[in-house]
Design a protein around this ligand. Structure first.
Ligand code: ATP
Length: 906
C-alpha cells in the first residue's frame, strides 16, 4: 500500500511540483539529460512475436508436408531407408527455407515500420520544440493537437475541447472528453479524464500535459508491449493461392489414387505402385508457390520503400498494381506546401508583397508604387491579425545565407513572414489568452487577445467561414459578395486565400468559445498566398494518364484555386466543363448525380471528410480501384475504405497513419505513382513466376501418369521430383523477383482487379510447356534405355532434362509478351547467378558419390548432356515462336496498323 496520491488525484500544481517543472518554461537541457540517464528512453519493448521455434514448427503445418511425412512413414515401414531419409531431409530443408524466407519478409516489413519514429511537441527551456517521442522524460511539458498520438502518460494541465480515443487501452470506442481538475478515488483508467495515456489518439481539440511516466512504466507499457503492426503476411493473392493449393491437393490425391490403382492393375508390385502415387503427388503440388509469392511481395515492399512509399499492409502491394483512380490531396502532395503571401486585400486597398520562401524580406507595393504598411491602418491590422491568430513560428537561418525554417503549419508561417516584412514580430503582438484551434471541418481558427487597448478576438479562415460570421455595415460597398468577388479574383491567380475578421469583446473575457465569434465580426481583409505545384507531380500526373489511372484532386481549398492549380498540373484544362465539384454540391446530389460526379469529376473542392468517404464508396461501386491520400483525423474512415489508403509521413496525423495501408515518406504525389508502377512490376513478376513454375508440376505429373498408364518403370522417383522442385524454385524461379520492370509498364491500362492472374493464353502456354517437358524427359529417358544405359543413368538424364528445360524456359518467362532479346539478355544478373548456382548443384547431384547414393543418380556422358541441352534449347525455341505468333496475331487483330503501346503490351 502506498500513501502517495495517484496522479489523477493530485492537483496540477502538486503534479508539477513533484516533477519539479514550471509549465511556462518546461525542463532545461541539463535536467532533460539527467532524467534521460535516470529513466531511459521512452520506448516500449518490441512485441512478443510468435517464437522462432513455433514459426519453424508451423512450416510443417501444410498439406504437402503431411503427404511427404506420410510417404516418409510408409517408406520406413517398407524399409526403403534411403527414400525415407531423403524425403525427411527434404521436409526439413523445405521448413528451413520457408522459415528463413518468412523471417526475412517479416523483418523487412518491421524494419520499415520502425523507421518512422513518432514525434512530440514539447516546451523545453521556454521554447516550443519538436522532438522524437523517444526522448521524452517525466516532467516534460507536452503540447497535444488533434490527430496526434499521445507520446507518454500525461497529467493534463490544459484542455481545449480535448478528446482522446483510448480504445487501444480501455476498449471504449468513443473518444473521451478530457478535463484538468483533480479526481477523487480509486477509479479505472477510462474514468481518469484528467490524464492522457501513451498510444491513445487525440481526435479533437488541443491540450497540454506534463509527462508522468515513460516507456515501459506507462499504462500501455505495463499491460502489453508495442502492438506489432505487421502481424500477417497474408494477402488476397496468397489466400487465393492457398485455396487453390488445397483444392489441388484433393485433385492430386485422387490422381495419385488412380495412379496407384492403375499400377496395381498393370500387375506392378504394390511398393512400386505406391511410389508412383507418391511421386505424382509431390510432383503435381506447387509447394514453393505460397512462399515465393510472399517473398516476391516483400521484395516489392523494399523496392517501394526506396521510392518513398512505405507499405504497412502487404496486400497494398498487389492492389496498387490494379489501381484505376488516385484521389489526391492538393496542399503538400500535389503542391510544395511552401506558402508565400503575395497579395493583401482590404476594403478599398490592395497591396502586393515581394519575397520568396519564409524569409521575412520583401517590399510592399500598391499600384506599382512602394508603400510603407504603417501608413495604412487596415493593411497593418490585417498583418497583425495574421501573425496573432497563429501557432507557427519562424526560425532564422543558423548560418548567414541559410534558409529560414518554420515550425508548424506552412499557411500560418507564411502569415508570420508577411507580417515580419512590415516589422510586425511576435513580441509586438497583443498577448494571447485563449484560442479555438483550426479544424478542416470548420475551416477557421480564432484567438483571444488582451492589452491596454482592450480585449479582442481575431478569426482567420476560409472566405466562406469568415464572411458568414461578419456583420457588414449597412449601405456600404463592403458586402459579403464584394469580399467573395475579391477572393475569387485572387483565387483565379491560383492563390490560396485566407480571410480575417476581428471582434471586440468584454474586457474581462478570459475564455473564447465558438458562440463568441459566430456572429458580429468586423471584416479585416484577405491574404493570398502562392503554393507552387510540385514539378515532379506534373510529370507523375502525365504518367498516370498514360497508364489509364485517373487522377482526382480532393482538397479543402477553394474551387477556383483548386481548379487553377489542377490546370497547371495537367489534371484538367481550362475549357473542360463540369469537372469541378464542391463539397456543398456533393452534399446535395442524389445518388445518381453523385456517382456521375465521382466518376467524371476531376477537382473536388471544399470537401468534408464525409464527402471523401462518399466519393470512395461511389467509385468503388462503379468498379474502380481507389487509392486515396489523406492526412487529417477525420480522413481515417475514407483511408480505411479506400482500396489503398495513403497517409503522409511528414505532415499526416498519427490517426491517418494508423488507418492507412501505405505511407509516403516525402508526402509527394509522385511517390504514389511510383508505388503504382512498382505494384504493376510485382504483379508482372508474380505472374511470370506462376507461368514458369506450373509447367514443372504439370510435366512431372504427366511423366508419372504416362509411365504408369504405359506400364513402364518410372522415369522420375519421388526424391528426384523433390530435388527438381526445391532447387529450381529457389535458384531459378525466385530470380524472376529481381526482374526489372518492363518497358511501357505505365503505358498500359491497369489489370482488372478480379480478373484471374492467368488468362487463356498463359494457361495454354503452361499446358504446352508441360507437354514439351514430358516429351523431352520421357523421350530422352526411353532413348537412353534404348541405347542400353542403365535405369539409374536414364533417370538421371530425365531429372537433368527437367532442370535444364526449366532453365531454358526461364528466359522465355522474363517477359510474357516480348522476346528475351528485347528485354535484354543480361538485364537481370540474378538470373545468371541463379543459373550458375543451379548448374553447380546439378553437377553435385549427378557426380558426387554420396549424392549419387542418396538420390540414386549416376554420372552421365557428354552426348547425353548435349541431347539434354539441345532439347532444352528446342523447348525454349518453340515457346519463343509461340510468343512471336501471338504477337503477330495481336497486331493483325488490331485494326489500327500502328498499335499503341498499351495494345502492344496485351
Ligand atoms: P488539402 O486537403 O488539399 O490538403 P487544404 O490544406 O487546402 O487542402 P484545409 O487544410 O482543410 O485544406 O483548408 C481549407 C481552408 O481552410 C483553406 O482553403 C484555408 O482557407 C483555410 N485554412 C487552412 N489552414 C488554415 C489555418 N491554419 N487557419 C485558418 N484557416 C485555414
Amino acid at each position: 500500500m502506498t500513501t502517495q496520491q495517484a496522479r489523477h488525484e493530485q492537483t496540477c500544481e502538486q503534479v508539477l511540483s513533484s516533477l519539479e517543472v514550471t509549465p511556462s518554461t518546461g525542463l532545461s537541457a541539463t535536467e532533460v539529460s539527467a532524467r534521460q540517464a535516470q529513466y531511459g528512453p521512452n520506448r516500449l519493448e518490441p512485441a512478443k512475436q510468435t517464437t522462432a521455434l513455433m514459426r519453424f514448427l508451423l512450416q510443417f503445418h501444410q498439406p504437402l508436408v503431411y503427404i511427404l511425412l506420410g510417404a516418409c512413414a510408409v517408406t520406413l515401414v517398407l524399409q526403403e531407408w534411403v527414400d525415407s531419409a531423403v524425403i525427411f531431409g527434404v521436409v526439413i530443408v523445405n521448413a528451413i527455407v520457408g522459415y528463413v524466407q518468412e523471417a526475412k519478409a517479416l523483418n523487412a516489413l518491421n524494419a520499415l515500420q520502425g523507421s518512422l519514429s513518432q514525434h512530440a511537441q514539447v516546451l523545453r527551456e521556454g521554447k516550443k520544440a519538436t522532438i522524437a517521442a523517444e526522448d521524452l522524460v517525466p516532467g516534460d511539458i507536452v503540447l497535444l493537437t488533434a490527430g496526434e498520438r499521445v507520446p507518454a502518460d500525461l497529467r493534463l494541465l490544459k484542455s481545449k475541447d480535448l478528446k482522446i480515443d483510448e480504445s487501444a487501452l480501455t476498449g471504449e470506442s468513443l473518444p473521451v472528453e478530457k478535463t484538468t481538475a483533480p479526481l477523487s478515488g480509486d477509479i479505472g483508467l477510462g474514468d481518469r479524464i484528467n490524464m492522457g495515456y501513451s498510444s491513445s489518439l487525440v481526435t479533437y481539440g488541443s491540450g497540454m500535459g506534463v509527462v508522468t511516466s515513460t516507456g515501459t512504466h506507462t499504462e500501455i507499457g505495463k499491460i502489453s508491449t508495442l502492438l506489432n503492426e505487421t502481424e500477417t503476411l497474408d494477402t488476397p493473392l496468397t489466400q487465393r493461392i492457398k485455396e487453390f493449393s488445397h483444392l489441388l491437393l484433393y485433385a492430386v490425391l485422387a490422381l495419385a489414387a488412380v495412379t496407384f490403382i492403375a499400377g496395381w492393375l498393370h500387375g506392378n508390385p504394390l511398393v512400386d505402385s505406391f511410389m508412383a502415387a507418391v511421386a505424382l503427388a509431390v510432383g503435381a503440388i506447387p509447394e514453393g508457390l505460397p512462399a515465393a509469392v510472399t517473398i516476391m511481395l516483400a521484395i516489392g515492399v523494399s523496392r517501394m520503400a526506396k521510392r518513398h512509399a512505405i507499405i504497412r499492409q502487404l496486400p497494398a502491394v498487389e492492389t496498387l498494381g490494379s489501381t484505376t483512380v488516385i484521389c489526391s490531396d492538393k496542399t503538400g502532395t500535389l503542391t510544395k506546401n511552401e506558402m508565400t503571401v503575395t497579395t493583401l486585400w482590404c476594403p478599398g486597398q490592395q497591396a502586393r508583397v515581394s519575397g520568396t520562401g519564409y524569409a521575412p524580406i520583401g517590399k510592399f507595393t500598391a499600384d506599382g508604387n512602394s508603400i510603407s504598411v504603417e501608413d495604412y491602418a487596415q493593411l497593418n491590422e490585417l498583418l497583425i491579425a495574421g501573425a496573432a491568430c497563429n501557432d507557427a513560428s519562424l526560425n532564422a537561418p543558423e548560418e548567414p545565407g541559410g534558409v529560414w525554417s518554420i515550425i508548424g503549419d506552412p499557411t500560418e508561417a507564411a502569415l508570420l513572414a508577411s507580417a515580419r516584412k512590415a516589422g510586425i514580430t511576435e513580441d509586438t503582438l497583443p498577448p494571447r489568452i485563449d484560442e479555438i484551434p483550426f479544424r478542416s471541418e470548420t475551416k477557421y481558427m480564432a484567438t483571444l487577445h488582451h492589452n491596454e487597448a482592450g480585449t479582442c478576438a481575431y478569426v482567420k479562415g476560409s472566405v466562406e467561414a469568415v464572411t458568414a460570421r461578419c456583420t457588414f455595415p449597412e449601405h456600404s460597398t463592403l458586402t459579403a459578395e464584394a469580399v467573395v468577388a475579391a477572393a475569387e479574383s485572387l483565387a483565379r491567380e491560383g492563390l490560396r486565400v485566407l480571410a480575417f475578421g476581428r471582434k471586440r469583446l468584454a474586457q474581462d473575457k478570459g475564455e473564447l468559445t465558438t458562440v463568441d465569434i459566430d456572429t458580429g465580426l468586423t471584416f479585416v481583409g484577405l491574404q493570398g498566398m502562392i503554393d507552387p505545384p510540385r514539378d515532379e507531380a506534373i510529370e507523375a500526373v502525365a504518367h498516370c494518364r498514360a497508364a489509364g489511372v485517373e487522377v482526382k484532386m480532393i482538397t479543402g481549398d477553394h474551387a477556383i484555386t483548386a481548379s487553377v492549380i489542377g490546370q497547371s498540373l495537367g489534371i484538367t484544362h481550362a475549357d473542360e466543363k463540369g469537372v469541378t465539384h464542391t463539397g456543398t454540391q456533393l452534399d446535395n446530389y442524389n445518388e445518381e448525380e453523385l456517382d456521375h460526379a465521382a466518376l467524371t469529376g476531376k477537382i473536388f473542392a471544399r470537401v468534408s471528410p464525409e464527402n471523401k468517404l462518399a466519393l470512395v464508396t461511389s467509385l468503388q461501386k462503379q468498379n474502380q480501384v481507389v487509392a486515396m491520400t489523406g492526412d487529417g483525423v477525420n480522413d481515417a474512415p475514407a483511408l480505411r475504405r479506400a482500396d489503398v489508403g495513403v497517409a503522409m509521413a511528414l505532415t499526416g496525423t498519427d490517426v491517418a497513419r494508423d488507418a492507412a495501408d501505405m505511407m509516403l515518406t516525402d508526402d509527394n504525389f509522385a511517390s504514389v505513382t511510383a508505388a503504382v508502377e512498382e505494384g504493376r512490376g510485382v504483379y508482372d513478376n508474380l505472374k511470370k513466376f506462376m507461368v514458369w513454375t506450373l509447367p514443372t508440376n504439370g510435366g512431372e505429373a504427366l511423366v508419372i501418369m504416362t509411365a504408369v498408364l504405359l506400364g513402364v518403370a518410372l522415369p522420375l522417383l519421388p526424391v528426384h521430383i523433390l530435388w527438381v522442385n526445391m532447387t529450381t524454385a529457389v535458384c531459378l524461379g525466385l530470380m524472376l523477383a529481381f526482374e526489372p520492370k518492363e518497358q511501357g509498364i505505365m503505358a498500359r491500362p491497369p489489370h482488372a482487379p478480379n480478373s484471374p492472374m492467368l488468362d487463356g493464353v498463359l494457361l495454354v502456354r503452361i499446358l504446352l510447356v508441360s507437354c514439351l517437358l514430358t516429351l523431352a524427359a520421357f523421350g530422352l529417358y526411353r532413348y537412353e534405355l534404348m541405347l542400353g544405359a542403365a535405369e539409374t543413368a536414364a533417370r538421371t538424364v530425365a531429372v537433368t532434362m527437367f532442370v535444364v528445360g526449366e532453365a531454358f524456359y526461364l528466359f522465355n518467362c522474363r517477359s510474357l509478351r516480348v522476346s528475351v532479346f528485347k528485354v535484354g539478355l543480361f538485364s537481370n544478373r540474378w538470373i545468371w547467378i541463379g543459373m550458375a548456382t543451379m548448374l553447380v548443384l546439378q553437377l553435385i547431384f549427378i557426380y558426387v558419390p554420396w549424392m549419387q547414393s542418396a538420390f540414386q543418380t549416376t554420372g552421365i556422358g557428354v552426348m547425353a548432356w548435349l541431347r539434354i541441352l539441345a532439347a532444352g534449347f528446342a523447348l525454349s525455341l518453340v515457346v519463343g515462336l509461340e510468343k512471336k505468333w501471338r504477337q503477330t496475331q495481336r497486331r493483325t487483330a488490331v485494326s489500327n496498323p500502328q498499335p499503341s503501346p498499351s495494345e502492344e503490351m496485351h
